[in-house]
Design a protein. Structure first.
Length: 295
């Protein structure tokens, strides 16, 4: 039997924060009940201690909307990554609706919202992201009047593998792979720009040339605007969770993963070869201009 989810309500001083991967990042929640085994955000437990394992707790920033309203009085418009750490559309968002309201405010104030999620719940908010909210207006810096909103959103999903069984092992509470691709399809139909993160590619499970070809071919067929590729992260607290799954389901891969993550020469050689496979697939499928490889 799964343990009960522990929800803690917290108050944040700010919600719109400067980021190294975008102008800003915005996260309405700390912790994520998608419980992805490889999630690098586990390191946040160092700063937000919980007795519960990752995936079994979530801190709700209950004043996120109010904090954002206050910051928007002075913040210069830019690109906002939603959500850079913990999924803004994880199940609790269905009830709290904090991410939805924050995205609406950002778009009203002329910011660009870049969504990355593993949840089909984001489809609920396509009206906001496509600028279809009744009476929506965009405030322009220095202007004394509002003008009709110009949609500034991009919807992206993360996909690790096309294999639903494998995905369920590594991302036990996320939406299915098929549901994530449906997000892309419906976003495009709504006129919203799209992106996909293929990552982390799982070593020896979803990183072969055949697997990468299939992933990129699917992205190309869907007409996705931007494609990111990433390798398995070795941030603190990631390895114990990965090692546990490997021992249980892929014992022959345990030592290979350990060397790949922590032996510098092994890791360097692996990343070089992975980059070659990605480049080869992108070139074959004429997607080189759209691929942003992080490996």
């Amino acid at each position: 039997m799964a343990n009960a989810l522990v929800v803690r309500e917290t108050v944040c001083r700010s919600i719109l924060n400067r980021s190294g991967i975008s102008d800003y990042s915005l996260n309405c929640y700390t912790g994520c009940t998608h419980a992805c085994v490889y999630c690098y955000a586990r390191y946040m437990q160092r700063f937000h201690p919980h007795q519960e394992p990752w995936g079994e707790f979530v801190d709700v920033k209950v004043n996120a909307v109010e904090a954002l309203k206050r910051q928007l009085r002075r913040a210069a418009p830019g690109e906002v990554f939603v959500s850079s750490a913990c999924d803004g559309w994880q199940p609790i968002e269905a009830e709290r609706r904090l991410t939805r309201r924050c995205c609406e405010l950002l778009l009203e104030h002329g910011f660009t919202v870049n969504v990355l999620t593993k949840s089909a719940l984001v489809l609920r908010d396509l009206d906001v992201l496509a600028g279809r909210v009744a009476g929506a207006k965009r405030r322009v810096a220095g202007a004394k009047r509002s003008v009709p909103q110009v949609p500034g959103a991009r919807v992206g999903v993360t996909v690790t593998t096309l294999d639903e069984t494998l995905a369920a092992l590594w991302e036990p509470a996320a939406s299915t792979v098929a549901e994530r691709f449906r997000v892309i399809e419906e976003a495009r139909q709504a006129g919203v720009r799209t992106a996909i993160m293929f990552g982390p590619l799982l070593p020896y499970l979803s990183d072969s040339q055949e697997s990468i070809d299939a992933l990129l071919e699917r992205a190309g067929d869907l007409g996705i605007d931007v494609i990111w590729i990433d390798a398995l992260n070795r941030r603190p607290r990631v390895w114990p969770a990965v090692a546990r799954l490997l021992r249980e389901r892929f014992p022959d891969l345990h030592d290979r993963y350990q060397r790949l993550l922590f032996d510098e020469n092994t890791r360097a050689a692996y990343l070089e070869e992975l980059g070659i496979r990605v480049a080869r697939a992108a070139e074959r499928l004429s997607l080189t201009e759209r691929v942003r490889s992080c490996v």
